[in-house]
Ligand binder design. Structure first.
Ligand code: ADP
Ligand code: MG
Length: 250
């Protein structure tokens, strides 16, 4: 690949991606592009395939057909080095993101030290700056179980961005939190967007999707029914299915 294609290529391209579990089709021909600095939000009922879609991008699930390109490189090619791809993508899930036996700063710096090979001193300097930025520098030496759920998810986000990934995948990162803790986590995502991160996320927080998404993608039974700006999707959906899904949430 030449330097030129790398600059022009979107951060992520899914081309006709299919995935089935046993005889159940879960992703049925997904075509989706995420451009640099773009925030793409997946919405859809439980079971529609949002998590599976995110997992195929992180190579936690193999696609059955189609291709996924990261900065123009086909990461579904069987010859690709899975660890090298994962090192370029930050991931935060709904639950159990932090290593419980490691304190906060060790959690945040682990990937830099073990995967990238940064020295402990350098990794900790960067890690502390990150914790500073998310307002948790005073928790550096605490273990995860001493933090609130919202603080844990903020640390998980700090860990995911510590190695400066090209793409951030966030899967329902607020759905296990008490309602009063959701705001602090979503505020952090908004800050990442302002700082230029490229993000693909699944969420049930429609008000957040409306405020932060550059593009909203409505997934139903493994098919993208409709995608567009938050205004298009929430104010003026073209498809009846989208209208129905949104009206059931109100
Ligand atoms: P969502 O995140 O939108 O709720 P998922 O991607 O988790 O949807 O799931 C989509 C469908 O795939 C569901 O029917 C789910 O039960 C099924 N599924 C997900 N992961 C697996 C798996 N590892 N094995 C079998 N079926 C799975
Ligand atoms: Mg899910």
């Amino acid at each position: 690949m030449t330097a030129a294609t790398q600059t022009i290529a979107p951060v992520l391209e899914l081309e006709n991606v299919y995935k089935r579990f046993g005889d159940q089709p879960v992703l049925r021909g997904i075509n989706l592009t995420v451009d640099r600095h773009e925030v793409v939000v997946l919405i859809g009922a439980s079971g529609s395939g949002k998590s599976t879609l995110l997992k195929t991008v992180n190579l936690l699930e193999q696609v059955d057909d189609g291709r996924i390109l990261l900065a123009g490189e086909d990461i579904t090619d069987p010859r690709v080095k899975v660890d090298a791809v994962r090192a370029r993508i930050g991931v935060v899930f709904q639950h159990y993101n932090l290593f419980p036996h490691m304190n906060v700063i060790d959690n945040v710096t682990l990937a830099a030290r073990k995967v990238v090979g940064t020295s402990r001193a350098d990794a900790e300097r960067t890690g502390l700056a990150l914790l500073e930025r998310i307002g948790l520098a005073d928790k550096a030496k605490e273990f995860p179980d001493r933090l609130s759920g919202g603080q844990q998810q903020r640390v998980a986000i700090a860990r995911a961005i510590a190695t400066d990934p090209e793409l951030l995948l966030l899967d329902e990162i607020t759905s296990a939190l008490d309602p009063q803790l959701v705001g602090e986590v979503l505020d952090l995502v908004r800050e990442l967007k302002a700082a230029g991160s490229t993000i693909m996320m699944a969420t049930h927080e429609m008000s957040f999707a409306r405020r932060v998404a550059d593009r909203v993608v409505y997934l139903k039974d493994g098919v993208i029914i409709e995608s567009g700006t938050p205004e298009q999707i929430f104010e003026n959906p073209e498809r009846e299915e989208t209208r129905e899904f949104l009206s059931r949430l109100r």
